[in-house]
Design a protein around this ligand. Structure first.
Ligand code: HDE
Length: 712
């Protein structure tokens, strides 16, 4: 029987799991431990002679190098990860017997990987895309993986369509264009023929697809799962991660710029936040639905294109996730971690969601080709913190040295060990779901409505969010070369909202036509289904507050990056008091000047410049302050890049502050200093620190988009 290890602490997990190697103070060796005398030269036949085959040191080094790459993930190839822990607020025994959801005293170690979906491993962080949000809990009962996304629904209803979806969104196979982008013909060709994707399309065209930070996005388990308590009772559950910093996004124009200026923007942001001790945190929430209420919603809980509005089932917050340690080695940890929705612990189980069911096969299969062996669970990052005992043996790269003669069960020679955990409530047992039906290859009639929740999402957006969504569709469809696909898509949008279809169509020169019968290749054409499909279904709620980012948390500027523009002669008080206030509120402040090195303030203080306008770009900052001091302001006025910086920050609706002489600088930009704009903090006589902090916490001033346009 498995011996229980003492309670793990987050810090201990490294020692428990990892084979770490650090060469500090050591001699170089080969992989077999032989000390290397010369790491500069290969072995040659004479000074100018050919290299000898017998140079085992060179051959070992180059062979290892030649094999350094492993296949990247088919999807979610681009990712960043961190270690941390999960703490439970209240025991969940009424619903689940999972140990880590019943002990409020333990900190369960976790490893969390965020990712984009479509791009290759080297693609930009800021692609318009869904973000993966995978959490591996190293619990006392084995590993539990919650492999979710930052959007609560998915494109398709059945696993059968996943390879088609991914082939359509990936770069086109003849020329491998475009990288990490859905704005191309094959994606929209597929989508225009798949009405079931329409709810998800609303999410991916919204600003949720371009997060400001991985630390500022939600996470969702997407599928409905089951909690099982110690009496075997099942409760349906949907998982939510709610970021304590709120949900914030960048502007699309900004995202495109960031992709060039810093394609590692999200990765860097996560890394730096953790290094600086500003640990990212999310609360875990659950929506719980009693078995008897399975059919009360008017949509099917097994349909992954639907969410349960929080107005119908509130999210109960049950714990907190903290990320507090960066990986030591990207490849060993972030690249080799293997998540799987089928890594379950007792107390959590699947439903029959046909998308989830397909995933249960896919994730082991993909690790076999990506990591190369069924022993991928032995890679340190994948090892559970409890012992493993079974009769599985051998295979490529086996690490365990299993002792004894018996690798079978039952046995008498090994004393019958290891035993099955057959005692009541011990070990994993599947929920006793009643199954009594015909074998069919079909889609449930309860999955037929594809538009009501898309409409609900659109209705829930603020005006600015609606504009962004419409512009995203205009952008994406504008990139489509085939007119028929554009027309088909705009027609489909009429089923979500006519105004939406008209506005998208208008920009593309297309008049939307209501499709006579929304085409759907996934639904077999029997009469009942045709009738169901043509019925307009009412959304479960007209609009839902939780779906708009306008209603998110906006009470802190912690970890926000603020640019202070300054040059020689900068006013000491203006610079210092703003810097002090911003840093005092947890923001990260950088001084940007015409040249790198140092600047000298009006009073002669030497100030280190963090970036010059050559490295800096406004898109990498959340807000900008132009410090006072006549000489400094004059120098900035002569700097075209400084003016561009401020114009661009204005265009992207960021908070901008100026005081004293720097107000004059703003007059050179497109900014109307007299405009009524809460994001413009302008005061001739200083004293603007507090208002600037308040403005930054608001994140963005999207209303500005309706005002004067700035062609930054
Ligand atoms: Fe995945 N998915 N997926 N997926 N998925 C993978 O597994 C797959 C789906 C998600 O950080 C792959 O290890 C199928 C939904 C995340 O390492 C692969 C289907 C959701 C990650 C795979 C889905 C996800 C993956 C590629 C439809 C949100 C990254 C590499 C039946 C709930 C995990 C890998 C990480 C990765 C298959 C649908 C989330 C190929 C067949 C729905 C976050 O196995």
């Amino acid at each position: 029987m498995a011996k229980k290890k003492e309670k793990p602490e987050n810090d201990k997990i490294k020692d428990l799991q990892q084979f770490t190697e650090n060469g500090d103070g050591e001699f170089l060796t080969t992989n077999h431990g032989v000390k290397i005398n010369d790491n500069q030269n290969s072995l040659k036949s004479g000074e100018r002679g050919s290299t000898l085959l017998e140079d085992f040191i060179l051959r070992e080094k180059i062979t290892h190098f030649d094999h350094e790459r492993i296949p990247e993930r088919i999807v979610h190839a681009r990712g960043s990860a961190a270690h941390g822990h999960f703490e439970l607020y209240e025991k969940m025994g009424k619903y689940t017997k999972a140990g880590f959801l019943n002990d409020t005293k333990i900190k369960t170690p976790v490893f969390v990987r965020f990712s984009t979906v479509a791009g290759s491993r080297g693609s930009s962080d800021l692609a318009r895309d869904v973000r993966g949000f995978s959490v591996k809990f190293y619990t006392q009962e084995g590993n539990y993986d919650l492999v979710g996304n930052n959007m609560p629904v998915f494109f398709i209803q059945d696993a059968m369509k996943f390879p088609d979806l991914v082939h359509a969104v990936k770069p086109e196979p003849d020329n491998e264009i475009p990288q990490a982008a859905s704005a191309h013909d094959t994606f929209w060709d597929f989508i225009s023929l798949m009405p079931e994707s329409m709810h998800m399309i609303m999410w991916v065209m919204s600003d949720r697809a371009i997060p400001r930070s991985l630390r500022m996005m939600e996470g969702f388990g997407v599928h409905t799962f089951r909690f099982i308590n110690d009496k075997g009772k099942s409760t349906f559950v949907k998982f939510h991660w709610k970021p304590l910093l709120g949900i914030h996004s960048v502007a699309w124009d900004e995202a495109q710029n960031i992709s060039g200026k810093d394609p590692d923007f999200h990765r860097r942001d996560l890394w730096e936040a953790i290094e600086s001790g500003s640990f990212p945190q999310w609360e875990l929430g659950v929506q719980l639905v009693d078995e008897k209420d399975e059919f009360k919603f008017g949509f099917d809980l097994l349909d992954p294109t639907k969410l349960i509005p929080e107005e119908l089932v509130p999210v109960k917050i049950i714990g907190k996730l903290t990320l507090n340690r960066n990986p030591d080695n990207f490849f060993a940890e972030t690249e080799q971690v293997a998540f799987h929705p089928g890594h379950l612990v007792p107390g959590i189980d699947f439903t029959n969601d046909p998308l989830l069911q397909g995933r249960l096969f896919s994730y082991t299969d993909t690790q076999l080709s990506r990591l190369g062996s069924p022993n991928f669970h032995e890679i340190p990052i994948n090892r559970p913190i409890v012992d493993i005992h079974n009769n599985q043996r051998d295979g490529h790269m086996r690490h365990a040295i299993n002792k004894g003669k018996t690798a079978y069960e039952p046995n008498s020679l090994g004393g019958g060990c290891p035993f099955q955990a057959m005692m009541k409530n011990f070990g994993f047992t599947s929920f006793l779901e009643r199954i009594d039906s015909k074998k069919i290859r079909n889609r449930s009639k309860s999955f037929v409505d594809h538009f009501s929740q898309a409409t609900m999402f659109f209705n829930s957006q603020s005006d600015a969010e609606k504009n962004h969504l419409i512009n995203a569709l205009r952008f994406e469809l504008g990139k489509v070369q085939t007119p028929e696909i554009r027309q088909r898509m705009v027609n489909l949008l009429t089923q979500v909202d006519t105004n939406l279809a008209n506005r998208v169509g208008e920009a593309l020169g297309i008049t939307p036509k209501t499709p006579e019968q929304p085409m759907n290749h996934s639904i077999p054409a029997d009469e009942d289904r045709k009738e169901l499909q043509s019925k307009k279904v009412k959304p479960p709620v007209e609009s839902s507050k939780a779906l708009s980012m306008k209603n998110t948390i906006k009470d802190s500027i912690e970890t926000r990056k603020i640019a202070i523009l300054a040059a020689n002669g900068v006013d000491d008080k203006s610079l210092n008091s703003m810097k002090k206030t911003l840093e005092g509120n947890g923001a990260v402040v950088k001084i940007i000047a015409p040249k790198m090195g140092m600047i000298t303030s009006a009073k002669g203080a030497r100030i280190t410049v963090d970036e010059s306008f050559l490295q800096a770009a406004s898109v990498l900052y959340d807000a900008v302050f132009i410090a006072g001091g006549q000489k400094s302001v004059d120098a900035l006025k002569a700097e075209a890049d400084a003016i561009h910086f401020v114009n661009e920050a204005y265009k992207h609706c960021k908070a901008i502050a100026a005081s004293g002489e720097s107000v004059e600088f703003l007059k050179l930009s497109y900014i109307d200093v007299n405009a009524k704009d809460e994001g413009l903090i302008i005061e001739k006589n200083g004293g603007i620190e507090k208002s600037f902090v308040k403005a930054i916490a608001q994140h963005r001033f999207w209303d500005r988009e309706n005002a004067r346009k700035v062609p930054a």
